[in-house]
Every structure is written in C-alpha cells, then in structure tokens.
Unconditional design. Structure first.
Length: 385
C-alpha cells in the first residue's frame, strides 16, 4: 500500500488502495489484514545520454550519499545503487531485492585511483586487463582493504570491482561519492532489468531512466586473486578476448558442468536466476528437428488448453505454426540475442504463458553468456534431439 515512508500498515486493504504497480492480494487482505511494508514514493526521472541532466544527477548523488537507493542504467543491465562503503546503505539493497546476504555486491568506480584506494595487491595482469577493457562490461575480483565493509562483500576478504562505460552510470557514481554497489535492479531470482520500466519502484528512492541498455547481460566476472585468473561468470568480455591479452584464463568448473558437485566460486551463481514464471525448456539439436519438435510440443500443450511461448530467431520464426512466437534476434549477430534475452522472458511473464520452448545457441564468444543465463532461467531443463 502506497503513501508512507517505510512504516508498517495494519489497515485492511481494498483493491482501490493499491496503486497499479501493487498487486492487490485478496487472500492476504482478507486473512491477514495487511502487514505489507508500506511502499515509498519513488522519484522517476528521465535522462538523455547525450544531455546529462545535472539536476537529476545531483539529486541521485544526494540520495546515495545519505544512504538511499538509486536505480540507474549501465551498459549491461540496470543497477540498484547504494553507497558501497556505507554498510547500512548496502544492506538496504539486500532487503529491496530479497537477495541472500551471502551474495556479495559489485563495487562500481569510475577511475583507477579509486580502485587502489579499496584493494590490495593489484597484479600487473589486472592493470593490463583494466587498460584494455575498462571502462566496460567486466568485473574483477581483488583482495579488499579495510575501507570495504564485510556487509558489501558478503563476509569475504575479496571485493568485486567494475568500471562501467555508460555516461549516466559514471555521472551517478561520481555524484554518489565514487564507490557504488549496484547489483541488477531486479527482485532476486527474476530476469534482470534492461529498461527502466522493468525496475520495480516502491522500494527504491529514485530511478534514473536512461532508456534501453546496450548489452543486456551482466558483466563478465574475472577473479584476479588466483593463478591463472578465473572466469566466474561469462559476459560480453569473453574468455578468448582475455586469453589474447594475458594468456591462460581458467573457467569455474561449476559453469561448464552444472551437475558437478562443486559449488560455484561466485556465491551468487549458485542460485536459480533469471527465471521467468513459466516452465522453460531448451531444445537442442539440428535446426529442422528443433523446429519440428517445438511445433509438436506446442501443439500438444495448446490442445490441452495451455498457453505456449516460443523463442526463435529471425531465421526461424516463420517456421513456427502455433503459440506466442517471438524472435530473440539474429544468429548472424549474437549480441542482438543477448540484448533481447531478459526482455523476452519478461514479455512471456506478461503474456502469462504456461510453457516456453526455446532454441539453443552456440557457446563461443557472447554465446557463452547467453547460454549460461538461458540454462539458469530454464533450471538446466534441456532436451537433446
Ligand atoms: P550482480 O551484482 O547481481 O550482477 O551479481 C554479482 C555477482 O558477483 C554475484 O554472482 C556474486 O556472487 C559475484 N561476486 C561479487 N563479489 C564477489 C567476490 N568477492 N568473490 C566472488 N564472487 C563475487
Ligand atoms: Mg543479478
């Protein structure tokens, strides 16, 4: 129920009391009266990339400096920002996202001097990688120093740091004091937001709307505290690109073999992530057989009265006969697939489909990031034909 500033309300709700963004829950209202935490009024401001609106940036900076939450665009996905060096502020992120407290946050900075102020033992390779890929969609893990609270790192002695390239993100980070924790601005476990409309208001002080993001999947995470450096999460900066620059780069085995009993090294990667509400199944195999199988399964479910969503590409959508068919992009340029992935999963949520059948994608370059997220969204539910 809207209106207050974080107080708890025990008044019985009626449908009229709820804003359109608040799902009225009859059962909750009738049985429990209402014990939902009051939603706060979220300030939503639009900013054009080319014309950084100073007033908006200053307002965002002030909110961050006094320990509030500001969602803003980055080149990867929308982030939910808080002052990373203020333990209480960082804790608000966990509450707003429903994020498990052992899942550490990434600290966003805008320059190399600031990196050295919060870390220890930055290696030569790390400088080399930073020179080539920062600012950009890459996060590196370093030993932290005493400035970084354990509340930000989930109790770890290491800290994840990224320097984004998005102009709005950079301006907000600088205005907010230079060290901003900013995980994806979605409810934990749901698809990450790639546009401001996907960010849920009501638990955030401010949303800076800078339009659609450019990449659409989260940053690559590279652990620089081990030898050889290890990729803990694939992203737009690929293993191939990093190996060309610094030689051998390892990959967390938990990424490659989901059945392995080994825990992923990035604590957040163990949770089911990016999940749409419908059951998602990935169909792998020769293209004509994939299409035939998806058509057959869709027909079967539709005849039973279910709604079916299908994820195809520019190359294949015309071949699907029934169901809610969407093109995710073109196989000729896989970055078009990455940028639409989360948006399409959200559209299927809105369409209230019961099943989603998706084609599978190749796993080189950005394809590894796409398949990593798609597999997690599907709970590793794949059929091979
Ligand atoms: P998000 O901010 O939602 O994109 O998620 C951040 C990811 O980085 C999660 O999977 C975290 O577990 C991971 N991460 C953050 N800090 C560390 C760290 N110090 N060591 C390993 N993984 C980390
Ligand atoms: Mg996330």
């Amino acid at each position: 129920q809207s209106g207050g500033s974080g107080k708890i309300s025990f008044r019985r709700l009626s449908k009229r009391d709820c804003k359109s963004n608040c799902k009225w829950n009859r059962i909750l209202s009738e049985r429990l009266e209402c014990s939902i935490i009051n939603l706060m009024e979220t300030i939503i401001k639009k900013v054009e990339n080319e014309q950084l609106n100073n007033e908006v940036i200053i307002e965002a900076g002030e909110i961050l400096k006094r320990g509030g939450l500001v969602a803003f665009p980055t080149e990867t996905v929308y982030g939910l920002g808080a002052d990373a060096l203020n333990e209480e502020a960082a804790q608000k992120i966990y509450a707003a996202k429903g994020r498990p407290s052992d899942n550490p946050l990434i600290v966003h900075i805008t320059n190399m001097e600031d990196l050295l102020k919060i870390t220890k033992n930055v290696s030569k390779e790390a400088f080399k990688v930073a020179e080539e890929y920062w600012p950009g969609p890459l996060t590196m893990i370093f030993e932290k120093n005493e400035k970084v609270p354990y509340g930000t790192t989930g109790g770890l002695n290491t800290v994840a740091v990224r320097m984004p390239s998005h102009e709005i993100a950079r301006a907000v980070i600088d205005a907010g004091g230079g060290y901003i924790a900013a995980p994806s601005a979605n409810t934990s476990g749901r698809p990450s937001p790639t546009a401001a409309e996907h960010v849920k208001d009501g638990r955030i002080d401010m949303i800076v709307d800078g339009g659609d993001v450019e990449i659409g999947v989260e940053s690559t995470i590279l652990d620089m505290t081990v030898t050889p450096p290890m990729i803990l999460r694939p992203g737009a900066v690929t293993k191939e690109m990093l190996e060309d620059l610094i030689g051998e780069v390892a990959e967390d085995v938990a990424l490659i073999d989901p059945d392995s009993k080994k825990k992923p090294k990035a604590p957040g990667m163990k949770y089911r992530h990016y999940a749409p509400k419908a059951e998602l199944l990935i169909v792998e195999g020769k293209m004509d057989q994939v299409i035939e199988t998806i058509n057959r399964m869709a027909k079967e479910q539709i005849s039973k009265g279910y709604k079916v969503g299908i994820i195809g590409t520019e190359e294949s959508v015309a071949s699907y006969k029934e169901g809610d068919v969407k093109s995710i992009g073109t196989r000729e340029d896989e970055s078009t697939i990455a940028v639409h992935l989360y948006g399409i999963l959200r559209e299927f949520d809105q369409d209230e489909v019961d099943y989603i059948y998706s084609e599978s994608f190749a796993t080189g370059g950005i394809g590894s990031a796409i398949m990593n997220r798609l597999l997690k969204a599907a709970g590793h539910h794949v059929i091979n034909i």
